[in-house]
Design a protein around this ligand. Sequence first.
Ligand code: URA
Length: 234
Amino acid sequence: MTLDDKNQNDILSSELINSYDIEYVFSDKPINRIKIKPKVENKSKLLENLREKISNIDNCEFKNHATQMVFSDGNSESPIMIVGEGPGQKEDVIGKPFVGDAGLLLNKMLKAINIDRNNIYITNVVNYRPPNNRKPEPAEITRYSNFLREHISIIDPKILILMGSTAMEALFGSKIKITKERGAWKEVIVNQKTYLTMITFHPAYLLRQPDQKKYSWSDLKAIGKKIDELGLKI
Ligand code: URA
């Protein structure tokens, strides 16, 4: 092999390694020569980039009327990620998801299965308050679902909880009904990775329809059981 061939090979193999988007650490030991470094330190950078990308959205009625972006709350290292619909009036003022009445109910629901909301990660499909809290249109859900997919890939949760029909539609489309789909474990593929997912009722819906809380409780118990089965540390 000539020196030129060798240089060419080195360039090709480093291009291959870089194309995997994985940080490799080489060691001298004969086994475990390649270790995959956790991307923890990348996460906040990726989240910052995503926040920036969302802030650059144009021709968006939500952004044009909102006070500020509501990006997320909680622990980005958590194995549990909750997705709601979009900020309401209080969230728009405070800049955090689920801090109004629906948020208070969400906190109680989580507490019922021994989860402190600060230990999980919470976001919404749309990151700016829809005027008069209207439900996002399908085209708006689709537009924001691209950001949501990226968000899920960055957080990389073990369990994804979709609260309400907007969150369900963002990942499963609008042809299905939440009353039929809630409560069953499903898989959703986001950027070539499969995520274990539970669709459940939105807390704001439960405030309007308290008789539906029994279904929500059954979903929460299933989530608690799965957390135990998977040995997740929350
Ligand atoms: N409802 C949502 O879906 N998200 C919030 O952040 C608040 C209310």
